[in-house]
Design a protein around this ligand. Structure first.
Ligand SMILES: Nc1ncnc2c1ncn2[C@@H]1O[C@H](COP(=O)(O)OP(=O)(O)OP(=O)(O)O)[C@@H](O)[C@H]1O
Length: 206
């Protein structure tokens, strides 16, 4: 496991099993589409295990849900450029290590990374990590996104408004010409969007 091993990671495996970075506003349908993809291809994909400085909750185990590390250990790995992306939420740090992504590729699977906009920028600008494929999932419009977030019924009103504001920022970035996305899929009709995502991911792997 050795998530804190300072030795540089040989990323040869990720070159033959190129990871996919999927991003898009909250409510765009990322989880829905990925769930379907993982069900159709149960042995093909994997999620990497993230590092966090927050403590384990309930039955969470180190190396299963997360690698639980101290703030000092986390920041040491940041200094070693050991993360492809990391962020701070409240007082806790979260990050995806190069090693965790490589571990998936070494198992012969494609690592799928569901990452928000700032993380996407970090992955795209990482000094050593080989460039993954970037896919942006877009809602057909902010009005439809709002309807979907409301009918999902998982968020408070205040959170829905925050997500909608952030969605505008993410959509502007995706359309700015500065984003690294190799493909933008508009999730209007779910079956159609799923086929497009699948074609992009499997097609690129073939
Ligand atoms: N094409 C579609 N048509 C109608 N509803 C959809 C479509 N795609 C997804 N949905 C619905 O929209 C809601 C948001 O989808 P989902 O939870 O997959 O988004 P997400 O991008 O994973 O969001 P988050 O980043 O917050 O996890 C869900 O209730 C889902 O069932």
């Amino acid at each position: 496991m050795a998530p804190l091993d300072p030795a540089p990671v040989d990323t040869q495996a990720v070159k033959s099993h190129r990871p996919i970075v999927i991003s898009g506003p909250s409510g765009a349908g990322k989880s829905t589409i990925l769930k379907r993809l993982f069900e159709e291809y149960p042995d093909k994909f994997g999620f990497s295990i993230s590092h966090t400085t927050r403590g384990p909750r309930g039955t969470e185990k180190d190396g299963v849900e997360y690698y639980f590390v101290t703030k000092e250990q986390f920041l040491a790995l940041v200094d070693q450029k050991g993360f492809i992306e990391h962020a701070q939420f409240g007082s806790n740090f979260y990050g995806t290590s190069i090693k965790a992504v490589n571990d998936i590729a070494e198992k012969g699977r494609i690592c799928v990374l569901d990452i928000e906009m700032e993380g996407v920028k970090q992955v795209a600008n990482h000094p050593t990590f080989p460039r993954p494929q970037f896919l942006f999932l877009s809602p057909p419009s902010t009005e439809i996104l709002e309807k979907r977030l409301r009918s999902r019924a998982t968020d408070k009103e205040e959170d829905i408004l925050k997500r909608l504001n952030q969605a505008k920022v993410e959509m502007d970035f995706a359309n700015s010409g500065k984003a690294p996305h190799d493909k933008i899929v508009v999730n209007d009709d779910l079956d159609k969007a799923y086929q497009e995502v699948k074609e992009f991911i499997i097609g690129n792997e073939a």
